[in-house]
Design a protein. Structure first.
Length: 140
């Protein structure tokens, strides 16, 4: 996967479990952090979305654990948006250790929720194109 955006993270000791591995729930936090960082880099802040009455929602996520992560490991978490027809889009992410090994792959089905009607926005790609300063980060 070639991703247009990535963030670097160092695994912290308090994020590990009794075996010294990164706790499984933290992988989801890292993926979320990368997605929000991409939005911010594209010029969209969380408050901007709320001001427009829009909230991104995660509809389904699959995590594939490939290699262990331990305290002190440095990883790059990338994020690629994939577009199709309709109200949903996908984000595909990889967490890659400094040695080049893929530690995890995270795939999510997502949408944009209209916070008033509580329904998904019909064309999320159009929304991101209009709202972003750099729509290229969204693979648009």
């Amino acid at each position: 996967m070639t991703a247009p955006f990535a963030v670097d993270i160092t695994v912290r000791g308090h994020e590990t479990d009794a075996q010294g591995h990164l706790n499984s729930s933290v992988y989801m936090q890292y993926a979320e952090h990368a997605r929000w960082s991409l939005l911010q880099a594209a010029g969209i802040r969380q408050s901007d979305l709320l001001d427009r009455g829009i909230g991104p929602v995660n509809l389904e996520t699959t995590v594939r654990f490939r290699r262990e992560l331990r305290a002190g490991d440095r990883i790059s978490v990338n994020c690629l948006f994939e577009w199709g027809e309709g109200k949903t889009y996908r984000t595909e992410q990889r967490m890659v250790r400094a040695d080049g090994e893929v530690a995890a792959e995270v795939g999510s089905a997502c949408g944009l929720l209209d916070l008033t009607t509580r329904r998904l926005v019909s064309d999320p790609a159009r929304f991101f194109r209009a709202a972003a300063e750099d729509a290229g980060l969204f693979n648009l």
